[in-house]
Ligand binder design. Sequence first.
Ligand code: CP
Length: 316
Amino acid sequence: MKHYAHINDLENLETTVQEAIGLKKNELKFESLGKGKTICLLFFNNSLRTRLSTQKAAQNLGLNTIVMNFGSEGWQLEYEDGVIMNQNKSEHIKEAAKVVAQYCDIVAIRAFASLTDKEKDEAEIVINSFKELSGIPVVNLESSCGHPLQALADAITMKENAARHKPKVVLSWAPHPKALPHAVANSFIDMMHLQDADFIITHPEGYDLNPEIVKDAKVEYDQEKAFKDADYIYVKNWSSYQNYGQVIPQEKNWTITADKMAKTNNAKFMHCLPVRRNVVVADEVIDSENSLVIEQANNRTYSAQIVLKKILENLG
Ligand code: CP
C-alpha cells in the first residue's frame, strides 16, 4: 500500500482487521520496522485521539515522529495555479509539499472540510495536493470527506464485540449545536459497504448524505423504527449535504436515550468522540456497559499502526 486516503486503499478489510487485532496483542513486535525513518503529522485542525494514537502507533513501529499544528503555526498555503500571491497566503503548496517531503518518509495530514464550498471540499485539495506533489506516502488523518483511520478502528471494535453473524448496524444522526462535516459518516458507510451486515442509515429528512457514498444502503427517516433489533448503534452528527454545511432545525429529538436503546437487541453504542453529552447522547447511554467509545479510541492506535506497517513494508 502506498497511500492511505480511503478505506478502499486497504487490499482487504477483513484480513487487515484480523492483523490489527493480532498486532494489539504484541504491539512492539515490529518495533524495528520504522528504524531510521520519520513520519510528519500535519494538523490543519484540532485533535486529541488522532494526534496521540497516530504518534503512539508510529513510535510502536520505531518511527521518528514530527508533529506540526500547521493550521495555527504554519504559513497559509495557496493551492491554485497561476495566482498572484499578493493577499494573505504566504506559501504555495508546490514548494510546501516538496519541502515537507525532504524531512520525512511518510506524511499524515488532518484537513477538515470548509463546509462552504462543496466542490472544493470534494476535490480533497490538501490530501490530493500532497499525494501529487510530495512523492511520499500520504495518510489521511481526517480530510474533507473521509476519516478512514476512524472507520478502520470502528471495524476492529465491531469485530472484537461481534455477538452474531450478519449483525444489524445502524448509523444514526444526532443533534449538535454546530455544523459538522460528513467525513466520519462517509467513511463509516464506505466501511460498512465492505461488511456482511444489515446496515441502515437513519437521519431526519434534509440530512441525506452524498448519494455516491450511500449507494444502495437503506435509509430510514424514522429513528425508532431503524433502531428495532439493532446490534450496533453508531452515532454521529453531520450538517446538511444538500444545503451544504447548514444546520436544519428539527421537530423531533434525535438525542440517543436509554428509551431508544431499549428498542434494540441490547445494542452496543458507538461514537468516534469527541461527543457532547446530553446533546448527542444521554449520560445513561454513554456511561452504560454497552458503550464502546473508549474501546474505539483505543483501537485508533492499532488502526494507525497496521496502516503504517503496510506503508513501511511497501517502502522497503
Ligand atoms: N475521533 C477523532 O478523530 O478524534 P480527534 O478529533 O480527537 O482526533
